[in-house]
Design a binder for this molecule. Structure first.
Ligand code: PMP
Length: 308
């Protein structure tokens, strides 16, 4: 395995000591400490390693993936480290910084129209793979995506919080993080409650529409295949405005600046903590850093962030 791949995982966890309600504590795992800058390095490594091991991917082969961005960065970094060619297909509405990073790590990026959502990107990736003979990891259906979190993120939470966790709050995009982490933790902590965070516009909260928070939010059943519904104690909706307001507070009061999906998770984690008895500990995860979204103005006024 190539050097940088050993740096994936073992990310730090920090208490949100100022924002947590009195007598309760929310702990956030900082996934931007992964070499590619997001939680998605973990499934990227697991999906490519598994495919190389079982022969679906041959050495030096082609990887084609539809991705909201961070998976593409993870796949580009891991794929190139493993000596593979990588093509990422992303809907146009996502962060230009993510596209630039995929290219910097040596991937080719193809964009699909924003209106087509993730489904258009999935269809395009399949088409390229069929023509060029590539392997599509398909993070939305690949069990190795869940396995990465079951074997690394979940155990890290458990160890870092010494097995004392009352609730876990996680955003869901491909649902790999949620299903893997919660499955591992609930096997050990049967009374643990697990809450899934969705942005406004997610079909899981009975809506269908645009939102600015990137990386989470299911726009069709095709993107929720990995969600194990038996693990879900509740789905919470967070608006762009709520996530944005939380980001301002996280930066100023905690010195921690996640992207929009981490801020959305913090909104719910703090609300859940407030409803739990004194002494409660709530775990959450910040998938990436706000720096990845500077071009969109995520740290400016809400109205600026809302501009198309
Ligand atoms: N936040 C961001 C910024 C992401 O890129 C992703 C991955 N799509 C997630 C949250 C959600 O993670 P998962 O795919 O494991 O549900």
């Amino acid at each position: 395995m190539s050097g940088v791949l050993y740096a994936i995982g073992q990310t730090p966890i920090v208490p949100l000591a100022r924002l947590s309600p009195p007598g309760r504590m929310v702990y956030a795992k900082l996934e931007w400490h992964n070499p590619g800058g997001s939680v998605k390095d973990r499934p990227a490594l697991y999906m490519l390693r598994t495919a190389l091991e079982d022969g679906r991917l041959r050495p030096g082969g082609l990887v084609v993936e539809p991705t909201a961005g961070n998976t593409g960065i993870g796949l580009a970094l891991v794929g190139r480290a493993l000596g593979l060619e990588v093509v990422c297909v992303m809907p146009a509405r996502f962060s230009p910084a993510k596209k630039a990073l995929m290219e910097a790590y040596g991937a080719t990026v193809v964009t699909t129209p924003a209106e087509g959502g993730m489904e258009a990107a999935i269809a395009k990736a399949r088409e390229i793979a069929a023509v060029e003979g590539g392997f599509v990891p398909n993070q939305f259906r690949n069990p190795a995506n869940v396995q990465a979190h079951y074997e690394t993120t979940g155990p890290e939470f458990y160890r870092q919080l010494e097995g004392r966790i009352d609730a876990v709050v996680l955003g869901g995009g491909s649902m790999g993080t949620f299903t893997g982490v919660v499955r591992y933790l609930k096997e050990r902590l049967p009374r643990l409650k697990a809450y899934l965070v969705q942005p406004e516009g997610s079909y899981l909260v009975g809506e269908c529409g645009p939102h600015k928070v990137e990386g989470i939010g299911a726009d069709s059943p095709e993107t929720t295949a990995l969600l194990d519904c038996a693990l879900v104690d509740g789905v919470w909706k967070v608006t762009d405005r709520e996530a944005h307001a939380m980001l301002q507070r996280l930066g100023r009061e905690e010195g921690v600046l996640p992207g929009g999906s981490g801020a959305a998770a913090a909104v719910v984690a703090l609300a859940v903590a407030a409803q739990l008895p004194e002494g409660a500990r709530v775990a959450t995860l910040f998938p990436d850093h706000a720096e990845r979204y500077l071009v969109q103005g995520i740290l400016g006024r809400f109205e600026e962030w809302k501009k198309p």
